[in-house]
Design a binder for this molecule. Structure first.
Ligand SMILES: C[S@@+](CC[C@H](N)C(=O)[O-])C[C@H]1O[C@@H](n2cnc3c(N)ncnc32)[C@H](O)[C@@H]1O
Length: 205
């Protein structure tokens, strides 16, 4: 997509407004917001690098103020092929104002199967890009979200996820229970805080 096309999809708020909104939401909902600041450019680039070259239908979970959303559009994902899910109504409102051409659902990643079906994307999602703070979630919620994500992802497709710890954000026993593998594929030392990128996929067997 050309720069002109992508700018017609997005009305970016000034950086300070986005940063301030993010900080306020972190103060109100520290567990679900999971960070005091939006992801930086290096982490965003590392996340986008993991998109398969043939990815068409993409879901973004936990978009916050929309840094990955903007990057997905700039990467060339067509607005009608991008579905964004954000739990926090304040972030949802900001995203709707910033990206009026996108389908942005104020909902819970746990309900992804129903959300994708309603959006008519149930032929198979090519990639799920997630900003969710899995480390701060109870195991049961992690499990429900992963079940929903892999119910909509097409065969051989992956969840792209970042985390602030050096280990995968999902415990090994839960990955095994769900038949998943987590591979570290990127590191963004300049992010605040430094972050690792993981790709979660179904086990080959
Ligand atoms: C660490 S922030 C990431 C925001 C943005 N992607 C970024 O990287 O700057 C986590 C985001 O996930 C959202 N979130 C948390 N739990 C969620 C859930 N169950 N379903 C959808 N969004 C959720 C939060 O409201 C927040 O916007």
């Amino acid at each position: 997509m050309s720069e002109q096309d992508s700018s017609s999809v997005s009305t970016a708020p000034p950086n300070q407004v986005a940063a301030w909104t993010f900080f306020l939401q972190w103060a109100k909902h520290p567990l679900t917001t999971a960070s005091m600041v939006p992801s930086g450019r290096q982490l965003t680039r590392q996340m986008m690098r993991q998109l398969p070259a043939d990815a068409r239908h993409v879901v973004e979970l936990g978009a916050g103020t929309g840094v990955f959303t903007q990057a997905l559009i700039e990467h060339g994902i067509a607005p009608e092929d991008l579905l964004v899910v954000e739990l926090n109504p304040e972030f949802h409102g900001l995203l709707c104002r910033r990206f009026p051409a996108l389908e942005i659902i104020n909902g819970d990643a746990r309900d992804l199967q129903a959300i994708v079906a309603r959006a008519g994307m149930d032929a198979g999602v090519d990639a799920v890009v997630s900003g969710l703070g899995f480390l701060a979630m109870p195991r049961e919620i992690q499990k429900q979200i992963l079940e929903a994500v892999f119910a909509v992802l097409g065969k051989g497709r992956s969840l792209i996820q970042f985390t602030y710890g050096p280990k995968a954000p999902i415990p090994q026993d839960l990955l095994e229970e769900l038949g998943l593998t987590a591979t570290r594929v990127g590191f963004a030392p300049l992010n605040l805080p430094p972050a690792f990128v993981y790709k979660l996929s179904r086990r080959a067997d």
